[in-house]
Design a protein around this ligand. Structure first.
Ligand code: AVI
Length: 325
């Protein structure tokens, strides 16, 4: 684990305090979903990905498994070595399809997973080492934006940025544009970005994915309050908040909220803050955007990329899309 530890710092320690200080003074109150992923949040998210309603992971798995050979051909038509930089790698379940296939084809590449969760990253590194002991690994514990600043331009190898799992959907529209613009600035011509986009579909299917019967999404959302209690010495009563989800087929946005079940005041001791809640008051915690093809084409065009590959699963639920710099 040495190479994980050398890059370990907690990108969230001060950021969480700042988010809570400002977010709970907003109207309406809001906290960013990037703080969902402590060890418990990552564990619950892994369960969500296995739940019957959360089709995204299965759909993307289907795309990558079906089109892995086409993807490799598009990534390196000239067999040039490449560095596979995965932003938000998580447990790497889907990426392992690509790693296994690329290894079997003797592709010359390095795998550089980046994740905000140290636990998820460490698990992934152990797993990858076990399965492919010779694969060069370069893990980084960091958030996406600061990881982009460290994309080394020293090596000659082509950069292939993986941004799978519809992580892009958790960005507001202006953040998504800023993200690709930043990538465009840091990459060189012929570098590649492979993004997983969840597509717009029957709204009932999407709504169910964020309202699973087992209550996993509910637990995932409420875990944010548990984390604030632990990290900022607060006294949120988890039983006095509930999960609420909306999906608008007009905007393509699934939105998660925590709803106060009564009038109450929460004490956040490490910030010296008392936060009043009315009965029924919300905290907005997450946006999960769903896209259509013309929005994705526009995103590429707006940020200076060319869309050169479009792969969907058999149901047409999910697309993995190649942008070339
Ligand atoms: C990580 N991200 C793409 C997930 C999503 O679908 O927006 C997080 C999630 N939130 C609730 N369920 C899953």
């Amino acid at each position: 684990m040495d190479d994980v530890e050398t890059v370990i710092r907690d990108p969230d320690a001060d950021a969480l305090a700042e988010e809570v200080r400002t977010g709970l003074q907003k109207t309406p109150k809001a906290l960013s979903s990037r703080f969902f992923y402590d060890a418990e949040g990552s564990r619950i998210f892994a369960e969500i990905m296995r739940s019957p309603e959360y089709y995204l992971t299965r759909s993307e798995y289907d795309v990558l498994d079906t089109y892995k050979a086409d993807l490799l051909r598009l990534i390196t038509p000239d067999n040039r070595p490449f560095e596979l930089v995965e932003l938000g790698a998580g447990d790497g379940l889907k990426t392992k399809i690509l790693l296994g296939f690329f290894e079997s084809q003797r592709a010359d590449f390095t795998y550089a997973p980046v994740d905000i969760s140290a636990d998820a990253l460490e698990g992934l590194v152990v797993d990858v080492r076990k399965q492919w002991p010779d694969l060069p690994l370069n893990p980084r514990h960091d958030d996406y934006f600061s990881a982009l600043e460290h994309l080394s331009s020293e090596t000659d190898s082509r950069k292939v940025i993986l941004f799978l799992g519809s992580n892009i959907g958790n960005f507001a529209p202006d953040e998504a544009i800023a993200f690709y613009q930043q990538l465009h600035d840091r990459l060189k011509p012929s570098d590649i970005v492979l993004t997983g986009f969840d597509l717009q579909k029957n709204p009932a299917v999407i709504h169910a994915a964020y309202n699973d019967r087992q209550g996993l999404t509910r637990a995932f959302n409420l875990n944010l309050l548990r984390r604030i209690n632990r990290d900022l010495d607060a006294d949120f009563d988890l039983a006095a908040f509930d999960h609420y989800e909306t999906y608008s087929p007009e905007t393509g946005e699934a939105r998660s909220y925590l709803v106060s079940q009564k009038a109450q005041t929460v004490d956040i001791r490490s910030l010296g803050m008392q936060v009043p809640f009315q009965d029924g008051e919300i905290i907005h915690t997450e946006i999960s955007r769903k896209f259509n093809r013309s929005q994705i084409e526009h995103l590429a065009q707006q940020t200076g990329f060319s869309l050169t590959g479009w792969f969907t699963d058999s149901k047409g639920y999910f697309a993995d899309v190649i942008f070339i710099r």
